[in-house]
Ligand binder design. Structure first.
Ligand code: R5P
Length: 340
């Protein structure tokens, strides 16, 4: 009998169920609750002694639990499984929180990425599987355990290239110098799929505050259809401001592509003029889907674009299932899985 066990925590249970189904196994059973004082209580109902355990828990805040509540619950569960004699514990965080706080940005600023790594390792995590983490080098330095970082590039490039018929003058844009490699890799994947060259431009984004950025375009976007590539959309301000700058520089924003769609704060307002967004399903885009202004945008554009064409959510379940299979059997390379 296989010693593979897969758990899903909280709002990641539907995603984890799909991953387990894709691997033709049953999701392992656990019980989780919030104690009356708010503490997390989480217990495995399956025997996991000697097992290779994967805990799927995407680390975004939602209407049920904050980012920190999810993190604490995950720590408690990892520790619970360690004490229940699991052989190996892999945390699967399709979206990993605190990834942007990866260095001191001012005197005495937190390096929260490292704090998270230390917590998860201290409670007994043996490996981490995630996707398009903000700064892979910083994570690799923060964690001492092995990290496998999946990429949404192929899946997102497939989805975008399936809907670009007739457009020839694309320019791929990175919203900041730090994202240039990600955007260049995406440009290659996209060119390969559509069979024609695509331009490249930079947005020089200066962050003035948590929700405030200023943007300068470097490169030629005139008479072009611009696709912004980012690892995440958070408040939407970056994409919104770049959209305005693209227009001022004679181009048109075709759409935005990002792995993680957090859509916090006033994202629905900043993104109201973005014609198309492609995201992966690592974060549930419930905030954007519930936002009134986007509903109106869907309705107004119904004749040209269906609701699905404004926000496309690209599934990553099969990629996570393949990665877990490869890690579990130690029978395949993750880089081969990501090869394009
Ligand atoms: C920043 O370095 C990231 O790559 C994203 O560009 C940023 O987090 C997006 O944030 P927002 O949507 O709040 O502008």
């Amino acid at each position: 009998m296989s010693n593979l066990r897969i758990f899903g925590l909280g709002s990641s249970i539907p995603f984890a169920t799909q991953v387990a189904e894709a691997m033709s196994i049953k999701l392992s059973i656990h019980h989780e609750e919030r104690r009356p004082d708010g503490e997390a209580y989480v217990v495995s109902k399956d025997n996991i002694r000697g097992c290779d355990v994967f805990i799927i828990a995407s680390q975004y805040g939602d209407n049920f639990e904050t980012v920190d509540e999810k993190l604490m619950k995950l720590c408690v569960f990892v520790n619970t499984l360690r004490h229940a004699s699991a052989d190996r514990i892999t945390v699967v965080a399709p979206y990993l929180s605190y990834a942007r706080q990866d260095r001191k940005t001012e005197s005495r600023a937190p390096i929260a990425t490292q704090a998270v790594a230390m917590m998860l390792e201290a409670v007994g995590m043996d490996r981490l599987l995630t996707m398009d983490v903000h700064n892979l080098g910083a994570e690799q330095n923060a964690f001492r355990v092995p990290i496998d970082n999946l990429e949404g590039k192929k899946l997102l490039a497939d989805a975008v290239s399936a809907s670009v018929d007739g457009v020839s003058n694309f320019v791929v844009m990175t919203p900041d110098a730090g994202g240039a490699k990600r955007a260049k890799d995406w440009q290659s994947a996209f060119q390969k799929r559509i069979g024609r060259p695509v331009g490249f431009a930079y947005a020089d984004k200066t962050r003035l505050g948590a929700e405030e950025v200023s943007v300068k375009i470097i490169g030629d976007v005139s008479n072009s259809q611009v696709i912004i590539i980012d690892d995440m959309i958070s408040t939407g301000r970056t994409i919104g401001e770049i959209g305005v700058a693209v227009k001022e520089n004679g181009g048109e924003l075709w759409g935005a592509v990002a792995t993680h769609g957090l859509f916090v704060g006033s994202a629905h307002k900043w993104l109201a003029k973005v014609p198309r967004m492609y995201i992966a399903d690592t974060v549930n885009p419930f905030r954007l889907l519930e936002a009134k202004s986007l509903q109106t945008q869907f309705e107004n554009s119904a004749s040209r674009w269906s609701r699905q064409n404004i926000l496309k959510v690209v599934p990553t379940v099969n990629m996570f299932a393949s990665a877990i299979h490869r890690i579990h059997t130690e029978g395949g390379s993750i880089s081969e899985l990501l090869e394009d």
